[in-house]
Design a protein around this ligand. Sequence first.
Ligand SMILES: Cc1ncc(COP(=O)(O)O)c(C=O)c1O
Length: 455
Amino acid sequence: MSDKAKAEVEPEVNDPGQFLRTYGPATVEWAASYLDRVGSLPVLTQLEPGELTARLPAAAPEQGESFDAVLRDLDEVLMPGITHWQHPRYFAYFPAATSGPAILADMLASTINSIGFLWRSAPAATELEGVVMSWVAELFGLPAGWHGHIEGGASLASLTVAIAARESTGRNLLVCSQETHSSAAKAARMLGMELRTVPCDEDGAMRVDALGPLDGAAIVIATVGTTSRGAIDPLAAIADACEAAGAWLHVDAAYAGTAMVCPELRWAFDGIERADSVLVNAHKWMLTPIDCTMLWTARGDVFRNAFSMVPEYLRTPSLEDSWSLHEYGPALGTRFRSLKLWAVLRCYGREGLQRHVRSGVEMAAEFERWVVADPDWELASLRRFGLICFRHRGDDNFNKTLLERVNASGEIFISHTVIDGRYALRLATGGLLTTSADMEQTWAVLREAAAALSS
Ligand SMILES: Cc1ncc(COP(=O)(O)O)c(C=O)c1O
């Protein structure tokens, strides 16, 4: 194709400033109107696996197309295949609430696209990451002076911690509970570590009396806010056992950690200040899009020993070396992830984040009251934070069918778990757009579906 013809097809693609000016307004408008109307879309995709692939061309185009065509196909082809995590009645798994400041900042991070491994490769990204991590530590009431950095996910963060713990203790046993997220067992498997799974009490908390001897343990992973039912492991007692045995204590607060911003919810984290490391997913309840796992450690030196590997081509003057992000985890290059978190902290402030957490907890508490007050329904476990596990008094099959029906309706999306061998429905609040009216509608959808199934 001649240069002239090419310029007519795609005049701006190699001129990013012009490209953004041309297509940016329509793209931002797409994003804004998506968030305005997301509540009117079916929350769970109505497509079957593979349908979307069949609708897409088998190969990339030979010639560049207009970005308008990309936006059009986003609407026409991809949209039916989207499960809408920002939908106000999305209650499955855990929330992944995004927010205006974070969306814009994430776009800016992709614009700057600095790769943070050395201080000089990304000075602002490197220093801002340290600053926001200490801001959040202060908001959460965590000890001052911990080293904080951002990892790509909680699973990766726990893997990273397990490597550091093994390095520092010289031991090869990873201890967690029956309720610990599967990322712990996966880390043990990937690292060839031995795994010990500790039984839980009736509320799903790790039984300290059943921890067993920890002399050979490299690491104990305790959780505040387990994935299945939000259970709270007794951190202080586990810290006693770890301290006595010289084992590393890692706290996985991927979901619930954001609640530390509210002093009245900090009781659940009692003892966390004695941990060797703590992770919280800002990309769950903290209004920041994936990926943004905040990982703090009291043992920054151990991380550096475990992960620092500086080849000649990455050597810089020693003053700069002390800021190198890549020396604290497995990755070399990382995105400017702190920018979106910084934007959230700036635009919401402590009070805005507290309001968000409190409203999710209050909505869940109200839902819990409805369940308790209705003789056809029961709680399957204690409500923790914004997570409720409940069931209809029908049997497991009844509840399974009920879940399928309500999710197929497109009006709500909830998930399930199994507690003490029995099937339970699982609803987690925390979306930015969820209102009390959405909770009422959700309860109505569930009750009507149950009534229809019973008749
Ligand atoms: C307690 C807990 N830990 C770890 C994870 C894994 O998170 P990620 O997807 O960031 O790896 C989850 C996911 O829901 C979780 O609930």
